[in-house]
Ligand binder design. Sequence first.
Ligand code: 13P
Length: 287
Amino acid sequence: MLVNAKEMLLTARKEGYAVGQFNINNLEWTKAILETAQENNSPVILGVSAGAGKYMGGFKVVVGMVNGMLEAMNITVPVALHLDHGTYEQAIECMEAGFSSVMFDGSHYEIDENVSKTKEIIALAAKQDISVEAEVGSIGGEEDGVTGTGEVADAAECKLIADLGVDMLAAGIGNIHGQYPENWQGLSFDALAAIQGSTGGMPLVLHGGTGIPAEMVQKAISLGVSKVNVNTECQLTFTAATRIYFEEGKDKVGKGFDPRKVLAPGVVAIKETVKEKMEMFGSINKA
Ligand code: 13P
């Protein structure tokens, strides 16, 4: 059964580790991530962007697929199904479809509007025991065609949103989605410490988990980050493994053209990446 992300993140915050949010794109991704979480006895959050949801046939299809897998694969570790960077309307749609957690990203609104819309989402979610993530200070990079500028969030604005009763807060601290450029300045730990100071025990979320060096991720966890989002890195390792399959001509041997065979090396690669991240975040054996 899906659970909301509240308990798992509060425990992670208290015990000093983070739970990974791994974005899913299709059946193979979902199965690979669930298998890895179960094998490593780790809680996990499956992230679904609006674009990925649409690609998979809609949010209801995603809920049906994930619930089916939880049962068929005998998954016993805590799993949350979470909308990633949703609009107000998408957050409502996901709550109705059966997601156990939603992110309402109002970071592009003026703070007053972000506050009022986040408040409405929290009220709706509370009725269904669904956890809510909010965002302050737009996170840079490009995701599903939305480009943020990589702001550093204002600690006072973070407090305003945190005090509404969200379960987790994403705040920009120089992190961006996708691969980091050569001249990236790294995470702003001063900003993170100020945000932690203003938001108390609130679990903080680090987006753009791809390519952040392990020491930086672990320092961020020590400063209150309890959820780290990873998407691009699984895509890169999946694609690299698939490329090798074709380069080695394996599709031309026997039934190597069967999609189940074509996709298998990519699945192994996703599992390795997810396990590596779980080790880095400290969530192994925390289920
Ligand atoms: P990356 O694609 O950079 O790993 O970021 C994922 C993310 O933050 C999803 O919200």
